[in-house]
Design a protein around this ligand. Structure first.
Ligand code: NI
Length: 198
């Protein structure tokens, strides 16, 4: 009898966990990325043409090229591959000239505009999806193979891409003596955890 009750409680707990998982927004899992995005924007927004044009070596991306590359990665995976983004965003991407991203690499305001527009696409997708939606797959042929790419794979792909190149940005700005308290000193992790209820 006692073990039956225990088993039933256990089953109920599993069911509750399943229900929680299916209704929870994907954003709940990735919260904090919005803070990282803010630290990127705050690092890029005040930069002059000279600071944006700096590169460590001739074969490396300049500061501005790194910033635009972050937006381009997001456009590729979230918009072109996953089809996310508002009709307005789709219109902006469709209107891009082939050399548009080369033309804005020394223009902080334009770099920030694209970082913000592409972040909105990610934010809207993560808010609209539940945690279970992250398992949904997209069939994509690549290199002679056909993959079933889960949304989770793509989210991690772009989150890692943001942070990998954000670190590069922090290094390139550090080399120029630019103070970047959020992206540099705090590593872009500017979201404070909630306070304990004492
Ligand atoms: Ni990259």
């Amino acid at each position: 009898m006692e073990s039956q009750v225990r088993r039933r409680t256990h089953t109920a707990r599993i069911l509750t966990m399943k229900m929680t998982a299916s209704t929870r927004s994907a954003m709940a899992v990735f919260r904090g990325w919005d803070g990282y995005q803010k630290s990127l924007v705050h690092a890029v927004a005040p930069l002059s043409r000279e600071l944006l044009a700096w590169r460590g070596e001739a074969h490396l991306r300049s500061v501005g090229e790194i910033a635009s590359h972050i937006s381009q990665g997001r456009i590729w995976w979230f918009h072109r591959v996953l089809g996310q983004g508002s009709p307005d965003f789709a219109g902006q991407v469709a209107a891009l000239r082939p050399d548009e991203f080369n033309a804005i690499v020394e223009n902080a305001a334009e770099l920030v505009r694209w970082l913000e527009a592409t972040w909105r696409v990610i934010e809207e997708a993560l808010e609209a999806w539940t945690v279970d939606d992250l398992d949904k797959t997209l069939v994509q042929p690549y290199g002679g193979k056909t993959y079933a790419i889960p949304r989770q794979w793509i989210v991690w792909r772009i989150m890692a891409h943001d942070m990998h190149h954000g670190g590069e940005l922090a290094f390139a700005l550090g080399m120029q003596g630019v103070r970047i308290p959020e992206l540099g000193d705090m590593g872009g992790h500017i979201t404070e955890p909630p306070l304990a209820q004492l």
